[in-house]
Design a protein around this ligand. Structure first.
Ligand code: PMV
Length: 328
């Protein structure tokens, strides 16, 4: 590689799992206990520019206009090391990133962040890796990031043993039909347990965790059928039950913990009531207090209107399925 500059700017969208990833079998390589399946969203994304330049003194990382140091810089710098190691080069990198999530958020952005950084590195360095291959890199920044290399519904294969290359994601359906997600932003509490800490603690101390891999295997196969059939009620029923089972493993950990807040429970209850009123509305939740409502796009505005009784307008964000990463 010559002493040239290599630059690219990519946008990657976040994704929400319908069948969750919860637990690693290999912490260093981010190899998961189970496969998982998600929907990429168009409303939330990260834009990242990378510049590999021999005239730079060292790596730098600016996030939302703030220069990052310490752990935050180390995390992305170590991530870019994966490319430097595999492609035998040592150029310093300047990374400039912007998260496009509503200000009231508290919505995790690590999936879109590492997908954007991996895609931009591939593009800038002209590596010509396939999206599946890029997803293997993204996975090692944040597991869920592997799925953000694809638009629509994505399946992240758990892979075999300690073989990193076998644990990649791929698109299973473009989701170009009547489906949407309404994100209910619940204000995050002061104490945040990261997904990494949460899953580790659950695996170590929850007697219910032993049941989780089997349940996921069943849910994945049923979910793939439901997606093929475009059966929104089946998709919703499986997703909601899967999320509840994941949160049950946490509630049963010792000491117990939960990401739920009072407002999360209120949102869940409202979704159940909307169902009774005839809507195809189902919820899912991740490692935070926000509630995401799965529903047909044709019903999402009516569902949003109903939730306005309890939630502020800027805390209700409608999203359609989102695309794979692209250059901006
Ligand atoms: O990849 P992480 O560390 O952001 O973990 C994601 C964990 C969940 O959001 C709870 C589930 C998932 O599959 O995205």
């Amino acid at each position: 590689m010559t002493a040239d500059k290599y630059q690219a700017r990519m946008r990657a969208h976040t994704n929400i799992a319908l069948v969750k990833y919860w637990g690693k079998r290999n912490k260093n390589l981010f190899l998961p206990v189970t496969s998982s399946l998600s929907l990429t969203l168009d409303a939330f994304y990260t834009e990242t520019e990378v510049l590999f330049d021999p005239s730079l003194k060292e790596d730098s990382f600016t996030l939302d206009g703030q220069v990052q140091t310490g752990q935050s810089l180390a995390k992305v710098s170590n991530f870019v090391d994966l490319f430097r190691r595999d492609f035998n080069m040592s150029l310093p990198v300047q990374i400039t990133s912007r998260n496009h999530v509503p200000t009231a958020a508290g919505l995790a952005s690590s999936a879109s962040a590492f997908a954007a950084l991996a895609a931009a590195s591939n593009q800038a360095l002209g590596l010509g890796l396939s999206p599946e291959e890029v997803s293997v890199y993204a996975r090692q920044g944040s597991g869920s990031a592997s799925r953000s290399l694809f638009g629509g519904f994505a399946l992240w294969h758990k892979g075999q043993g300690d073989d990193s290359a076998s644990s990649y994601a791929q698109q299973i359906d473009p989701a170009d039909w009547d489906i949407a997600m309404l994100v209910v932003l619940v204000n995050p509490g002061p104490k945040k347990i990261s997904s990494r800490q949460g899953m580790e603690h659950t695996m170590q101390s929850s007697p219910f965790y032993a049941l989780w891999p089997e349940e996921v295997a069943k849910d994945l196969s049923a979910m793939e059928d439901a997606i093929k059939d475009r059966n929104i009620d089946q998709i919703g029923i499986i997703a909601e039950h899967n999320a509840m089972k994941m949160h049950a493993t946490m509630i049963a950990s010792n000491p117990s913990f939960t990401y739920w807040q009072a407002q999360s429970l209120l949102a869940m209850e409202r979704v159940r009531q909307l169902r009774q009123a005839g809507y195809s509305a189902y919820f899912t939740m991740d490692a935070g207090p926000n509630v995401k409502v799965i529903c047909p796009y044709s019903q999402v505005e009516a569902i949003r209107q109903a939730l306005l009784d309890d939630f502020a307008e800027d805390h209700l964000v409608i999203s359609r399925p989102g695309p794979a990463p692209y250059a901006v």
